[in-house]
Design a protein around this ligand. Structure first.
Ligand code: SF4
Length: 199
């Protein structure tokens, strides 16, 4: 907990709103109680959000959600998410001094994390907490990106070896690296959860 408080202090110093929940369920219940019912909500691709069943729980509660991982027959789902009032994503890493690190293939997810929304929620399990930016990038190369490439079944060397070789494959999923250093006009909330979530 002492360690966790350092991360919370670091994030707050960077003007992010921070909430901590022991369990994902506690966070989901909190979100249902506190999100504005009339707001439109966009989701970025995220195993964390998937594991939390956040789409299903918010949908059952009557929220209007745009997620390209659901309703994939609707071709403009990413644009609808882009234009939503609120956006949910996870992070690939959060540093002790309060920086949010993400890697993306097409860039839609990361762009939505800092621009164009009234409010953004970055949901992050404790497995994503790292000491430094370098450690966060190493975490992406060694864990998050190879696992995501395997999940997507793309044609990259890491799918076979589980190791990043900084490939030049046309299927490469590591094209846009973002480090959010301070809060933006998108009013970013970091939700820390005391469980392992996502990659
Ligand atoms: S750069 Fe290429 S090899 Fe490395 S993790 Fe990304 S897709 Fe895999």
């Amino acid at each position: 907990m002492e360690q966790l408080e350092e991360y919370i202090r670091g994030l707050k110093k960077n003007r992010f709103q921070v909430e901590y929940f022991e369990t994902g369920k506690e966070f989901v219940d909190y979100a249902i109680r506190n999100l504005p019912t009339k707001a439109s909500i966009g989701f970025g691709g995220s195993m964390t959000l998937e594991q939390l069943h956040l789409y299903e729980r918010l949908s059952e509660a009557g929220f209007n959600i745009y997620w390209h991982w659901r309703n994939s027959e609707i071709i403009d789902m990413k644009e609808r998410a882009l234009n939503a009032d609120i956006y949910f994503s996870s992070a690939n890493a959060v540093t002790k001094d309060g920086k949010i690190i993400n890697m993306d293939g097409t860039g839609n997810r990361v762009a939505n994390t800092f621009y164009h929304h009234e409010e953004v929620f970055i949901v992050c399990g404790i497995n994503k907490l790292v000491e430094t930016v370098d450690e966060g990038i190493a975490r992406i190369e060694q864990i998050a990106a190879p696992k995501n490439a395997q999940r997507l079944g793309v044609n990259t060397p890491c799918v076979v070896t589980g190791v990043c070789t900084d490939c030049t494959s046309k299927d490469r999923i590591c094209n846009v690296l973002t480090i959010i250093e301070k809060n933006t006009n998108s009013n970013i909330n970091v939700i820390l959860i005391g469980e392992e979530l996502g990659y």
